[in-house]
Design a protein around this ligand. Sequence first.
Ligand code: NDP
Ligand code: 2IT
Length: 447
Amino acid sequence: MEHRLDEVRTEVLRRNPGEPEFHQAVTEVFASLAPVVAEHPHYLEAGVIERICEPERQIIFRVPWTDDAGRVRINRGFRVQFNSALGPYKGGLRFHPAVSLGTVKFLGFEQIFKNALTGMPLGGAKGGSDFDPKGRSDAEVMRFCQSFMTEAHRYIGEHTDVPAGDIGVGRREIGYLFGQYTRIVDRHESGAITGKGLSWGGSLVRNEATGYGLVYFVRRMLERHGRDLDGARVLVSGSGNVAIAAAERVASLGAIVVGMSDSTGALATPDGIDITRVRELKEERRTTLTGYDVPGARFVSGATAWELARELRVDVALPCATQNELDADAARLLVTAGTTVVAEGANMPCTPEAVRLLREAGVLFAPGKAANAGGVATSALEMQQNASRDSWSFEHTDSRLAEIMDDIHDRCLETSIAYGAAGDYALGANIAGFTRVADAMLALGVI
Ligand code: NDP
Ligand code: 2IT
């Protein structure tokens, strides 16, 4: 069976050349599936594993727009609708110059299992563009978003495919995208997109949900080991939506955020971070962390967050920026700095080699598809509120999020125990996510 599984994987890699991130994500999931197919050979026999690796639909389109100087610009738009066995396609949109079809496929593939782990009725998808919002005026971002949605609206809808944000897509972009969608379809279909503003169909907590959820997952994981976050020294990479909320929530539980970063460098804050100042720089002024002028802090231009571990003690590392940002060298630095927990707020931020090193060093490792699922889970709560024309309080929504994260944690842990690999959360997440989708696919027949 293991041999057959490897043949399927080899064939998937062969059919998708030049997409290293997609290959990495597929290989990582397949590494967990041998014990599952040994026990349930029908997953292989019924072609479920081959089908799960082939997106149901891949859409690539031209996005023309005009910049402020009147020059016509062309970007490429993507939406990969990967799997709809559990519900409408669901997953974010990423606007970043490095976005390619392979990036969107890796993210969409991860999203299938993540969404399954939430226990909500959500299929898996991802989309985006190689558009770079950095340095663009609001008017340019608006024109780009309108052009993107003029094409994308054909494929999305409350019961079809529900996008949200990701890197480079926040509240501003969601507003322009939803505005154009509403205009084209000529109805207020609030469940067609999530991450909306509070006055136009959004949910409280969605903005904070990925980072808060990450911290709830870590809290639960530590609880199981008789520990807590009080006094823990936490290093967070990135300073976007996920990183800021994670830093804010972990600090509120008594931890000290000893550093953060952005794409231009790393900020050491040995006495703790002033998150209001970070929000002001990154969310309001849309600038770099260079302007963080709180006494005791130091900005290291060009450094990664992990390089700060050379000089700081770090108990918990939360990679919240982008894929493959934490490599083997970074893992070694963290282990030497005393790190005992690494939890992925970003999607696939740790390289396979880094994960192996962390595991060998006995570090507790929480994979992104489990630990960052709070964002999409709260998107599902936003969809529930839209469907019932209701809006819940912050406390209620936050406590639902915490319950969901505890539940995901417990399911991953129990699955790892059931498969003889107690505490291997990556294996637990892959198997628990996979079996939920695979069983639905079996029930739905060969489609
Ligand atoms: P944002 O765009 O809000 O923030 C991204 C942050 O990461 C920024 O600080 C950015 O730096 C930094 N960054 C991005 N790319 C690079 C790079 N190539 N090298 C170094 N730093 C980089 O995105 P989000 O916070 O939404 O997303 C962060 C991660 O979390 C992504 O992996 C995303 O897929 C994942 N995620 C997001 C969810 C969500 O709900 N938003 C849900 C689940 C996962 P700078 O500020 O300089 O641009
Ligand atoms: O990676 C992710 O889970 C997201 N970017 C959020 C997806 C969503 O639909 O809320």
